[in-house]
Design a protein around this ligand. Sequence first.
Ligand code: 3H9
Length: 702
Amino acid sequence: MGNINPSVDLQYHNAGHIALVVMDNPPVNALKHELRAGIAEALAKAAADPAVEAVVLTGTGRFFSAGADITEFNQPRRSPTLHDVIAALDAMQKPVIAAINGQALGGGCELALGCHFRLASPHARLGLPEIKLGLLPGAGGTQRLPRLAGVERAVRMILSGEPISAQEALADGIVDAVLEGPFPDAAIAYAERVVAERQPLRRARDREDKIEAARRDPSVLDKAAAPYLRRARGEQAPEFALRAIRGAIEKPFDEGLQQEGQLFLELVQGEQSKARRHVFFAEREALKIPDMPKDVQPWPVTRAVVIGAGTMGGGIAMCFANVGIPVEVVESDQAALTRGLERIAENYRTSVSRGSLSAAEMDRRMQFISGTLDFGHVAEGDVVIEAVFEELDLKKRVFAELDRLAKPGALLATNTSTLDVNAIAAATKRPESVLGMHFFSPANVMRLLEIVRGKATSHQALATALAIGKQLGKVPVVVGVCDGFVGNRMLARRTTEAERLLLEGALPQEVDAVVYDFGFPMGPFAMSDLAGLDVGWRIRKARGVKAPVSDALCEAGRFGQKTGAGYYRYEGRTPVPDPEVERIIAEASARAGITRRKISSQEILERMIYPMINEGARILEEGIAMRPGDIDVVWVYGYGWPAWRGGPMFFADSVGLRQIRDRLKEYAERSGDPLLQPAPLLEKLVAENRGFGSLAPQRLAT
Ligand code: 3H9
């Protein structure tokens, strides 16, 4: 508890020479109003105290500060603002030294940039991640960082949002020193030196040397920003951030600062940042299980076993190796095992050749992975993840075996993407230890992890799966048991509708263009070609279901990218619209007795999105997901839904549920497809004039 207020402590050191201002607002020192007010008050006291010759500003715990308090963005602004505090720091006539004890992010980093000197502990990190919230650094970051570090580094940090290490910050001139000694003592000693040597105050606002080159040649800025803007596609924040940085080059400091403030305000009030903030909080909410007792402790996991050396098994093994957890891949066939381990090595080699992984790090990771044909090794795993062929009987047999061999207290997980986890658990005498861990392909890249909670899954097993997910750097979302769980079940609605659009008159490239322009990395047909059409074909045949266009393509041997042709033909990996496909589609329409028509982009978009939202409503109704936000997280992290559109359920609220309900009704009547009839929950929310966002978290149905 601080002596200025509960969030700020003002201490005096070295006979009152040095005032130490300590920010203490756990868990991350977010700059809420009380913290800002406390810093301002402490600074005023230090300024007025004749004994004080320098001020050191630092934070408690792992954080200097993680920036503005994001929860305050929906509330009216209260003085002192972060601007006011930084202006006060900047204007101090005594040296103010930021002692960056841990992470300094966003407004926290800007606070440090506003100090006259910056010192970092060796494990400190500095970053401006505002772009990930659909914002730009709005407390002087776009003006001070280019002046301290040059335009290229500033663009990289601001437009990527990725933090840098203390050592990199030192090399770039962002911090003045990295101090090995204990914090804050080392910083206090440094402050004494600044005072003793009468070092002049170094204000970032006065620096011009690092932006001179960009002033002479404006293309420096555009060149640095180009790769980020190419990826932005419809997202406002990168373009706004670039404008703000340009202001630093072209305008006097105060004008640039004012422009930055206006651009920030526009973003923070806009729909895109609201969407990204929603995703930020939804991702963290998803880890909270309403019925989980507080004292449940996950089982410790120091060793993993993966059953199956196929693409999924190998990818999952890499996830463990990447974070330094030893993992053994168990296979029944030597050739498959050798192939699987070689595929893993090949994946790492690709990363090394691209420069994203060092050869030494590849070797280190490979050492965590071993392979065996001996099923007995299952006994060594704290977690065992089964990734064998997607066939219920096979999985049941594997689980019966795991039950026999795994140690008591091991977590037994299946990587099924569709099968009944309860049926798989029933093959064991310990269904409480069984759940689904549905990784998305490629497993070592995609961040979503659907954790499927079976009816018997214990709290401890669930807590362990969540902890593993976090440890692996995944974004875990707990879902209930149903065909396809959350993600693939909703995707199935889109797939059906996409096929129908082709039959009615659209072409694959038209549908894909609409979905791509919405912000997805690719459209449904390019995605099917990538995944391979044959898998779905086999499943449809087994279930007696037809998809006339897709079936016809498969019959023509067009399985997608792997055969060089699917919905497109391929030149390398580039899809090219193919007149042959047009012919196949036209024939399928004729066979179905459909007169093809021109379908508008608006209709395509509605039919690609609204049926999924409807299915999302059913998923909530049935208790397969706990919160609409969980569904949004699934789609953002598993299927490339653009984060700046917040996920399907958030998007639905922003479109308006009445509009969606009305359009669905129309499409249902036109197609005769009962699945397009608005879900009862959707109807209920429309009748009550509410959105999905108003729903309280619920327990999963078991
Ligand atoms: C900004 O600064 C704007 C300025 O440029 C201009 C202003 C004028 N505010 O993630 P964790 C909560 S924009 C409020 O689980 P970790 C979080 O919700 C901001 N709350 O921990 C969670 O709450 P709960 C720029 C925040 O160790 C708890 O803290 N800054 C904030 O895995 C723990 O978080 C950013 O964008 C916040 N700023 O990761 C940083 N940050 O326990 C955003 C966290 O109730 N934050 N919380 O669920 C992060 O990236 C990660 O939280 C961080 C810690 C890396 C800091």
